[in-house]
Design a binder for this molecule. Structure first.
Ligand code: UDP
Length: 322
């Protein structure tokens, strides 16, 4: 199998590239290094079957060649991180919509299977957890830029399903829930790398809002195993799948656990959302996936629990700069 990974220099993409090489697939990574980092794939350079191309996925000529040469496409290139979304909404909307449109159009030209990485953000403010894949997207007003991310990824999903329906393009949509692990940077706001770096530096842990909002954190290795399992499963074509852990924790409890596991002297401070992001910022109170669909199709369950994740991330930041 020869895989093309868009966004392959990113946190999840680089782990996916490694897992595919480990099982003997050939892998080409395309990434414009906007949020991805070359260091994430530097250790893969020189491995048999591995190649990379530092380019924008909007470059039609390059993408035409790369897509024609692969067997399937993992489309992970996207603007990520709530902070980036709030600060650079134009870049986020354009990257997510135009990039995905190009991948699907060129994928359809050569009839290549497309695995589309989407997000649990598409459930928005829906409060009836756990979310099944057919639950409603409940998004806020267009004046609140946070929702532009969910809306752009929802549009990508609509487009992918439209290609599947109208042109019989084989697509699989995966909705990822708070994926974490080594190589994830705190630069774009992600909470676990932030808290771990703050704790290791004995700086205050910045809990946003009242800290009672909850998330389910999933280890990147488990997420990659799920993505590859679905890409391999003929029964997944044309469908949407949640990928996430169901171990729910509040952000305040998370902060306390990070302090405990690092033995840090950090205090925990509450930062109002208005200060952390922007005036009128809306957060999700709870976000929990229903994962029965993927469990039924490929028997997937996460293997690494939250403490296992935190220990790996702590170990990573003790040996890397992030
Ligand atoms: N968060 C926090 N402190 C930080 C960064 C994030 O309290 O320094 C909170 C954030 O407001 C959200 C949760 O942690 O409620 C998860 O944030 P993240 O950006 O990791 O992912 P999200 O679930 O928002 O996509």
């Amino acid at each position: 199998m020869k895989a093309l990974i868009t966004g392959g220099c990113g946190f999840i993409g680089s782990h996916l590239a490694e897992a595919l090489l480990d099982r003997g697939d050939a892998v080409t990574v395309v990434d414009n290094l906007s949020t991805g980092r070359f260091e994430n794939i530097a250790h893969l350079v020189g491995r048999p079957g591995f190649s990379f191309c530092i380019e924008n996925i909007a470059n039609e000529t390059v993408m035409d060649r790369l897509v024609s040469e692969c067997d399937l496409i993992y489309h992970l290139a996207a603007a990520v991180g709530v902070e980036l979304i709030v600060q650079e909404p134009v870049q986020v909307i354009e990257t997510n919509i135009k990039g995905c449109e190009a991948v699907l159009r060129i994928g359809a030209r050569y009839r290549k299977k497309v695995i589309l990485a989407s997000t649990s953000e598409v459930y928005g403010k829906n409060e009836s957890v756990p979310f099944r894949e057919d639950a409603d997207s409940v998004l806020g007003a267009t004046t609140r830029s946070r929702w532009s991310y969910a809306c752009s990824k929802a549009m990508d999903e609509f487009l992918a399903l439209a290609y599947a329906k109208q042109l019989a393009l084989p697509v699989v949509i995966v909705r990822l829930f708070n994926t974490v692990g080594p190589r994830q940077t705190g630069r774009y706001g992600m909470v676990i790398p932030r808290f771990v770096q703050q704790a290791l530096a004995d700086q205050p842990i910045t809990v946003y809002g009242d800290g009672q909002q909850t998330r389910c954190f999933t280890y990147v290795g488990d997420v990659v195993r799920a993505i590859v399992g679905l890409a391999d499963a003929p029964g997944a074509v044309g469908q949407v799948f949640n990928i996430g852990s169901t171990q729910e924790i509040s952000i305040m409890q998370l902060a306390r656990r990070v302090v405990e596991l690092t033995g840090s002297a950090s205090s925990i401070t509450l930062v109002p959302y208005d200060q952390a992001y922007e005036e009128g910022f809306e957060d999700m109170r709870r976000r929990v996936p229903d994962t029965s669909k993927i469990a039924q199709l490929i028997g997937w369950q996460p293997r690494v629990d939250l403490d296992g994740i935190l220990k790996r991330v702590i170990d990573y930041f003790q040996t890397h700069q992030g």
